[in-house]
Design a protein around this ligand. Structure first.
Ligand code: IMP
Ligand code: MG
Length: 183
């Protein structure tokens, strides 16, 4: 059961607010250097990437456009290679430099399908920027172009990432205590 105070449910802090700020600054600078003179569009996959997106866009010193998408995986089991669009983009991607902004790259199934889908819309380029990467869990052939931090194979929450839709507003990244999953 979740406690009244989120911090009581966290066993270990993986990234502090200060460490996250350093990541935001570093990745924002990398993107700024790469996309100068391009037509950059940041596409956030809701809901997990919303905090990362909000910070990252302010660390990019370029005239960016933003858009949002909601997808859900479907098919049997966890190896499903398909996504269903719940909310599509408003922008027409043709000729644009698309950067998909994700919270965490885990099995890679979601992003693999999403990349295939979005590449049919004729963007000039398509890349991935993920806050976290869990390479040990990868199933689909997906590599992120920008990675905030690599994390071990543990369930993490905070900074947009949820467990049962909670802990997204925790300002740091932590590992949840096992007893919170239990009941
Ligand atoms: P996948 O890469 O298709 O397996 O899906 C990644 C999605 O699973 C992420 O966008 C998250 O919503 C969720 N996810 C994976 N690992 C974690 C975690 O450790 N904490 C919270 N959500 C996670
Ligand atoms: Mg997600």
């Amino acid at each position: 059961m979740a406690s009244e105070h989120m911090a009581e449910d966290i066993s270990r802090i993986l990234l502090t607010e200060e460490q996250i700020q350093e990541i935001v600054t570093r990745v924002g600078q990398q993107i700024t250097e790469t996309y100068r003179g391009k037509h950059l569009v940041l596409v956030s996959v809701l809901k997990g990437s919303v905090v990362w997106m909000a910070d990252l866009m302010r660390a990019i010193d370029l005239p960016v456009e933003i858009d949002f998408m909601v997808v859900s995986s479907y098919g049997k089991g966890t190896t499903s290679g398909h996504v269903k669009i719940i909310k599509d983009l408003d922008l027409d991607l043709s000729g644009l430099d698309l950067l998909i902004v994700e919270d965490i790259l885990d099995t890679g199934n979601t992003l693999h399908s999403l990349m295939q889908l979005l590449s049919t819309r004729n963007p000039r380029s398509i890349k991935i920027c993920t806050f976290l990467d869990k390479p040990e869990r990868r199933v689909a052939p997906v590599t992120a172009d920008y990675v905030g931090a690599i994390v071990p194979d543990e369930f993490v929450v905070g900074y947009g990432l949820d467990y049962d839709q909670k802990y997204r507003n925790l300002p740091y990244l932590g590992v949840l205590k096992p007893e919170v999953y239990g009941d």
